[in-house]
Design a protein around this ligand. Structure first.
Ligand code: LMR
Length: 394
């Protein structure tokens, strides 16, 4: 049986992690996988996470099963964080999932179960694993224009033109903030136009939000998600705690499904529970409990928000440093977009050949689509990267 298996293509982000690990050059720089690193190159455990974990070790009395949907207190705390008062709670069904990827996978399965012929529209480009999971589930995927390789901003006219070809019942996958991989985002006026189009054409939005707090702030980064969720009859939201709580390996995420009216919520919730049961039974609890502990304790929450804000500001600062160093070395403003982008990533908009040259000649690792992880930089490596970019002729 196993001899029938065909080799699977490697995930390009994870393959890069392995290549970096195996590179013996001491000067190598990792701008690949989306993991926050501080100025010392360390991905720290956040202070509030450590405190919450200590508290759990002291106070937790059982590790028995919780519920198929996870702890209701986690769903409630995450719903408050993401949606505040924008949507009637009675319309929301939610499950805890293993990370944001788990939420994305369960959302796609829900779509397939509810509407087997629905197509899913994804931005071009999008996080490669979106497309990979859709292919795995044999869901038809259509790309809409998103990134303008000239301006390195959003090709909004192209996006709207493409989405006009969607048919009622199709799903449109949108990044709630901090677009991955490009770093280019819609403004709220553009979001409103997208919402008008969704409603006009009967399309269902699915929002993937994995970087709340990494762009313009916790509230600001949730604004588009809240606007969409409060303006459409149905909406799916896949949220990740990996980055903003730094609990990557704990696999902590949540899928929300908002129904048109409260009468439908129980059936939707039952379907979400069923999906968890079929795929892995109970979702992981530790990370979710840590997040709930933080979000429901005023002092811990304030400390977490402060540390997240420091993280956000350090990334913004690196963006500005890199843009100005490139301006200085190249004598042109063509890299100004780096300071305009938000979140962990920016897409340089260069070719895979140039990216390969940066790796081979300078030991600089970025994803072949020219996505770079801003948080992988520090004050020492910014000038090295800028010099390499200019020398390579990007
Ligand atoms: C990324 O885009 O680098 C992260 O979301 C990590 C991953 O799983 O790909």
């Amino acid at each position: 049986m196993l001899t029938n298996l065909k080799a699977q293509p490697a995930d390009k982000i994870l393959a890069l992690m392995a290549m970096y690990r195996d590179d013996p050059r001491p000067t190598k720089i990792d701008l690949g996988v989306g993991v926050y690193k501080n100025a010392e190159g360390v991905t720290p455990v956040m202070r509030a996470v450590k405190t919450a974990e200590r508290r759990l070790v002291e106070e937790q009395t059982t590790k028995s099963y919780v519920a198929l949907a996870g702890d209701p207190a986690f769903s409630a705390a995450m719903t408050d964080l993401l949606l505040a008062d924008s949507v009637d709670r009675a319309r929301i069904a939610a499950i805890a999932t293993p990370g944001g990827t788990g939420a994305v996978r369960q959302a796609f399965e829900l779509i397939k179960g509810a509407s087997p012929t629905a197509r899913v529209w994804v931005s071009n480009p999008t996080w490669p694993n979106h497309v990979s999971i859709l292919n795995h589930l044999q869901i038809e995927t259509v790309k809409y224009r998103y990134f303008d390789t000239e301006t390195r901003g959003v090709d909004f006219d192209g996006m709207i033109e493409d989405l006009n070809a969607a048919t009622p019942g199709d799903v449109v996958l949108l990044h709630g903030c901090c677009h991955n991989p490009t770093g280019a985002n819609l403004n709220l006026t553009q979001w409103q136009s997208v919402i008008d189009l969704l409603n006009e054409k009967g399309l269902i939005p699915m929002i993937d939000i994995a970087y709340q707090g990494f762009g313009d702030g916790l509230e600001e980064d949730a604004a588009a998600t809240r606007l969409v969720a409060s303006s459409v009859p149905e909406c799916l939201i896949a949220a990740s705690c990996s980055k903003n709580f730094g609990v990557y390996r704990e696999r902590t995420g949540m899928l929300m499904a908002i129904s048109e009216n409260a009468d439908n919520t129980a059936v939707t919730q039952g379907n979400l529970n069923h999906l968890n049961r079929q795929n892995y039974s109970f979702p992981p609890d530790h990370g979710a409990r840590v997040v709930t502990t933080i979000l429901t304790d005023d002092a811990l929450r304030a400390d977490w928000a402060a540390e997240l804000e420091e993280t956000r500001l350090s990334m913004l600062n690196l963006r500005e440093q890199l843009a100005s160093e490139l301006q200085r070395l190249s004598g042109s403003d063509r890299f100004g977009f780096l300071a305009q982008h938000r979140g962990m990533f920016s897409q340089l908009g260069t070719t895979p050949d140039m990216v390969e040259r940066l790796r081979a000649e300078h030991g600089i690792y970025m994803v072949s689509d020219s996505r770079l992880n801003i948080a992988g930089l520090n004050a020492v490596t910014v000038p090295i990267l800028a010099k390499a970019i200019v020398e390579t002729g990007i």
